[in-house]
Design a protein around this ligand. Sequence first.
Ligand SMILES: *[C@@H]1O[C@H](CO)[C@@H](O)[C@H](O)[C@H]1NC(C)=O
Ligand SMILES: *[C@@H]1O[C@H](CO)[C@@H](O)[C@H](O)[C@H]1NC(C)=O
Ligand SMILES: *[C@@H]1O[C@H](CO)[C@@H](O)[C@H](O)[C@H]1NC(C)=O
Ligand SMILES: *[C@@H]1O[C@H](CO)[C@@H](O)[C@H](O)[C@H]1NC(C)=O
Ligand SMILES: *[C@@H]1O[C@H](CO)[C@@H](O)[C@H](O)[C@H]1NC(C)=O
Ligand SMILES: *[C@@H]1O[C@H](CO)[C@@H](O)[C@H](O)[C@H]1NC(C)=O
Ligand SMILES: *[C@@H]1O[C@H](CO)[C@@H](O)[C@H](O)[C@H]1NC(C)=O
Ligand SMILES: *[C@@H]1O[C@H](CO)[C@@H](O)[C@H](O)[C@H]1NC(C)=O
Ligand SMILES: *[C@@H]1O[C@H](CO)[C@@H](O)[C@H](O)[C@H]1NC(C)=O
Ligand SMILES: *[C@@H]1O[C@H](CO)[C@@H](O)[C@H](O)[C@H]1NC(C)=O
Length: 436
Amino acid sequence: MSLATLASAAVLFASSFRLAGAVAAQTFEPPSKGPLVQTANYTSFSNNTLHTKNVVKGKVFNRIIQVWLENTDFETAASTPIFESLASQGLLFTNYHSVTHPSEPNYVAALGGDFFGMHDDNMYHIPSNISTIVDLLEDKKISWATYQENMPEDGYYGFTYTATNYGNSSAAPYTYYVRKHNPSIVYDSISQDADRVKNIRTFNDFANDVVNGTLPQWIFVTPNMVNDAHDTTIDFAASFLEYWFLPLLTDPRVNDEDTLILLTFDENETDTIQNTIWSLALGGALPLNLRGTTDDALYTHFSSLSTVQANWGLGSLGRQDTNATVSNVFSFVAEKTGYQNVKVPANEVPLFNLTNVVPGALTSNAFIPFAAPNLKAKGAGHGPVFLRSGLDKKLTVESLPPPVNKTALNSTTPWQMSPTTTSGEHLIPCAGAACP
Ligand SMILES: *[C@@H]1O[C@H](CO)[C@@H](O)[C@H](O)[C@H]1NC(C)=O
Ligand SMILES: *[C@@H]1O[C@H](CO)[C@@H](O)[C@H](O)[C@H]1NC(C)=O
Ligand SMILES: *[C@@H]1O[C@H](CO)[C@@H](O)[C@H](O)[C@H]1NC(C)=O
Ligand SMILES: *[C@@H]1O[C@H](CO)[C@@H](O)[C@H](O)[C@H]1NC(C)=O
Ligand SMILES: *[C@@H]1O[C@H](CO)[C@@H](O)[C@H](O)[C@H]1NC(C)=O
Ligand SMILES: *[C@@H]1O[C@H](CO)[C@@H](O)[C@H](O)[C@H]1NC(C)=O
Ligand SMILES: *[C@@H]1O[C@H](CO)[C@@H](O)[C@H](O)[C@H]1NC(C)=O
Ligand SMILES: *[C@@H]1O[C@H](CO)[C@@H](O)[C@H](O)[C@H]1NC(C)=O
Ligand SMILES: *[C@@H]1O[C@H](CO)[C@@H](O)[C@H](O)[C@H]1NC(C)=O
Ligand SMILES: *[C@@H]1O[C@H](CO)[C@@H](O)[C@H](O)[C@H]1NC(C)=O
């Protein structure tokens, strides 16, 4: 019996023991014969629509792959065997924070440098004048894609997708895909663009793109609702990593000497404590002397933006990606690119477990319109602040009116939820019969 098999046997035993007498535990079942084999369990097959060829050289890495798991406290991941063994091959960040609760605002922040006050997992549409990392990458012709497990087709716009339960054929269909974990679809600047939407891809596309040599340079991966630990346990996610992630680590088509991989979580499980998450840098681009070590600098999901900006000398978004306190560049990238990180003393680490207190266009409790980025911001890549068309540059954060509590106003002014249009406004005034 291999170590890996022993580990999963132990996992199976532990989870059936824990849940004895309760609802039958879900046990990991591989959705395909392997991570690079397309499967009907993922609904539709790849169209082979990416034609990535060009490689833009970065200062430390030529490819970055982020894989996001769900809702796990640092200690829980750190004490799970597969995560422990991965940590021995990588650089473990021990002071890495998600930026709020719940899920969706964290995913949104990792692409756009802000969560715009969002404090729930609703159906949002961020207007097309709001920039993301995609604008910065495309500006330098760097290829990119996001891969969402069990998303049924490229650029699928629905809120959820429910498919045959591949883990148990006698169980009811299962909601494996959720929009709240797919930030690229939430930004209109990506999902409403006919070319860009093709880069919001399925897991069958992932297999296709690896095998056909068209895997891009900036990659964001969201496993499905069981494999990312959201509906299951860290042991279940560990079995998924054993099936999907470990083989890719040793496959030069995915992980070569110029590849950086970030294995992370969206948020910490316990809201009442700080939001520290287990995050690991690994891959061929990680310097050998850092493997099996730890790094206690303060990082957040905004650091994944600033690190990419520093690596390729990109522009910035002029939002929290340029707020030095919360956007330290991964140390080994900061060193090679000459970026000066800030040391934040432990007692000055901002609270990242707060929710529903930050003003923004996506909260009714402290509403302010979408503002223009800070044009004077200096990002880690030294490039200019990116401005999308349709942006009112005069609408700066400073010029905005004070936040309005539309929830409180609701008693006197009738408001309704915005219909599912591409408007960024979450609540809009209503009149007469239009009111809910
Ligand atoms: C779907 O997943 C199940 C569970 O692992 C597996 O038995 C089946 O072979 C998969 N189907 C395909 C087409 O790979
Ligand atoms: C969540 O964050 C806290 C505070 O930073 C950290 O101490 C802890 O490891 C994480 N949660 C748990 C229970 O491990
Ligand atoms: C392939 O293209 C067709 C037609 O454009 C589309 O309906 C389908 O969703 C695509 N498949 C995938 C996996 O996206
Ligand atoms: C499969 O699903 C059925 C129906 O929900 C359930 O009774 C059974 O226990 C499940 N099997 C396993 C192995 O979980
Ligand atoms: C590679 O692309 C071809 C089409 O050009 C496609 O038929 C094949 O299935 C792809 N390979 C994989 C593993 O997806
Ligand atoms: C956030 O974490 C801090 C530090 O552990 C704790 O004192 C505070 O109550 C938490 N806040 C919330 C809203 O849970
Ligand atoms: C930068 O981040 C800190 C910590 O979250 C916050 O207090 C501060 O307001 C932010 N600065 C700006 C300009 O957003
Ligand atoms: C961005 O677009 C939204 C929706 O059209 C609009 O409400 C907002 O004022 C715009 N913001 C800026 C800074 O142009
Ligand atoms: C506003 O009031 C209506 C009618 O009472 C209610 O249905 C709706 O949920 C309220 N909206 C908010 C944001 O509280
Ligand atoms: C907004 O108003 C609601 C209802 O009066 C209240 O519960 C909530 O605390 C207010 N939020 C803020 C941020 O002031």
